[in-house]
Design a protein around this ligand. Sequence first.
Ligand code: FES
Length: 110
Amino acid sequence: MAFERVCAASEVQVDTPKRVVVGEWPIAVVRDSAGNLFAIGDRCTHGDISLSEGFVEGCELECWAHGSRFSLTTGWPQNLPAFEPVPVFEIKLENDDILIDPTPIYKEKE
Ligand code: FES
């Protein structure tokens, strides 16, 4: 798959997840305080909850419903009740645009 533009860089504020949809995938886009960009599947694997409505804690995104924290780099939950990973996606900044490759990547458990 090719990278697709999802939004302007200015639309993604530090530690404030933004939901985008690329192809069939809802994706949570996160910029951490160091300026790194992450893209992970925007559906908690414990319930039908949008992770982009949750909270960024360092390099993790916490589901507001029951508190599972998903690694922004691997997609794996770091605590129960979720125990299955969400996919991660390649993301890049090009000029002032954020681009995502909507090919899901399921990483090995860290
Ligand atoms: S729905 Fe996300 S932890 Fe329960």
